[in-house]
Design a protein around this ligand. Structure first.
Ligand SMILES: O=C(O)CCC(=O)C(=O)O
Ligand SMILES: [Fe+2]
Length: 395
């Protein structure tokens, strides 16, 4: 095969998990996916208590390759977690780029889920903050390869506001439409039961699955070729992630996910030094969109007032802004200074500082008023402390 996209279509499968150094070198830094076999998460309580062997073949999928080994232990799940509240997507109802969602208790969802029990279903409970709701229930532990997670490290120390640790529960044929992850973060997804069919697109082909207004394809199984005229030129890969397997999803790889059989997964979104530049670029793009949206106001206020207005809009539109981005980096670096020994499962600290420096340099280049913005928003002490911490790490 020739050409870089073709090379990226070859996704490695690790029966035995790679070492951290291999994972860093072959996946985090080059931004390439992989699948890791069930031994990786074998010890999770979820993998033992949440599932039972799947002896019915309700999903009518006779191909043995696509027959889940396990199915949910509905009763146990409903008893344990019934009080959690979550958003259930109706998979036949499109809502802009996503699906219509209804708030529901986990117990009510389980009732419907069990009724469908492996038959085609429309209800998909997504993005459930189950670990946050039940902090003392250690139903899984973050695998060591994914420990260096600045997004959750930051948010979890902000006293429970938010986190990016999710559980997904869906019936047979439920799906997640084509998307790239929030803030162009990485994600990892471990299947507890069911099979997930992933359709993944290596980055760099966005123009092939976007229309002339930059709207992306919604469902790769249903393409209007008059709207998406170049879709058939895309290079994509299909993966069947079976019970117990884990998929690493790199930054900015568009993907669609379809469930085969009743499926449960644990997923995190995560950021660290290796994809910080991707995340910054995503924030930068959202920021530019905000600026364009209110450019008419630009002449009615001072440049700093305009910048502030754009930040307010960015917060509403994207759920974060420059303050949060700076605070996240500063917070993580401060934690590294406090650490008594060289942390495991992280790149070399100097290498991490170099990546942060690159992002800060780019940020200042893109926004000449950045320091003034920090000064006006009580962020100068955070920025100065970050500089001090970075130089103390480099010593
Ligand atoms: O499992 C799904 O339906 C979606 C998962 C996903 O998009 C992700 O982990 O990034
Ligand atoms: Fe995703």
């Amino acid at each position: 095969m020739a050409g870089s996209i073709d090379e990226e279509l070859d996704i490695p499968y690790y029966e035995i998990p790679p070492t951290y150094d291999e994972f860093l070198k072959n996946h985090l830094i080059p931004n390439k996916p992989c699948i890791i076999g069930p031994s990786f998460t074998h010890s999770w309580k979820a993998n033992k208590e949440w599932v039972v062997p799947n002896d019915n073949n309700n999903n009518n999928n006779k191909s043995t390759q696509h027959q889940p080994k396990y199915k949910p232990n509905y009763k146990h799940l409903s008893q344990q977690y019934g009080t959690a509240q979550g958003q259930v997507a109706r998979c036949n109802k499109r809502h802009f780029t996503d699906q219509e969602r209804t708030e529901m208790s986990f117990a009510d969802f389980c009732t419907r889920w069990q009724e469908d029990d492996g038959k085609p279903s429309l209800d998909y409970l997504k993005d459930l903050h189950l670990q946050k709701t039940f902090p003392d229930d250690r139903f899984y532990t973050v695998p060591d390869l994914f420990e260096d997670d600045w997004l959750n490290e930051y948010w979890l120390q902000q006293k429970g506001d938010d986190d990016y640790r999710f559980a997904y529960f869906g019936g047979h044929t439920t799906f997640t439409p084509l998307h790239a992850d929030v803030y162009k973060s990485y994600s990892w997804s471990s299947n507890v039961c069911g099979i997930k069919k992933w359709t993944m697109f290596p980055p760099g082909q966005e123009s092939l699955y976007q229309d002339k207004f930059n709207n992306a394809v919604y469902d790769v199984r249903d393409i209007d070729s008059t709207q998406f005229t170049k879709f058939n030129q895309t290079k994509k890969i299909e993966i069947y992630q079976k019970d117990g397997e884990t998929v690493f999803v790199p930054s900015n790889w568009f993907h669609q996910v379809e469930n085969i059989g009743a499926a449960i997964s644990i997923n995190h979104n995560w950021i660290n030094a290796s994809n910080l530049m991707f995340t910054y670029a995503s924030l930068r793009k959202d920021w530019n969109d905000c600026k364009h949206a209110i450019e008419d106001l630009q002449d009615t206020m001072s440049p700093m007032e305009f910048l502030q207005e754009c930040q307010n809009l960015l917060m509403v539109h994207s759920g974060w802004d420059w303050r949060i981005f700076l605070n996240m980096i500063a917070h993580v670096v401060a934690n590294r200074v406090k650490q008594p020994s060289v942390p495991a499962n992280q790149p070399d600290l100097t290498w991490q500082m170099d990546r942060i420096d690159e992002v800060l340099t780019q940020w200042k280049k893109d926004e000449p008023r950045l320091i003034e913005y920090f000064e006006n928003n009580n962020l100068m002490s955070v920025y100065t402390q970050l500089q001090l911490d970075m130089s103390s790490i480099r010593k």
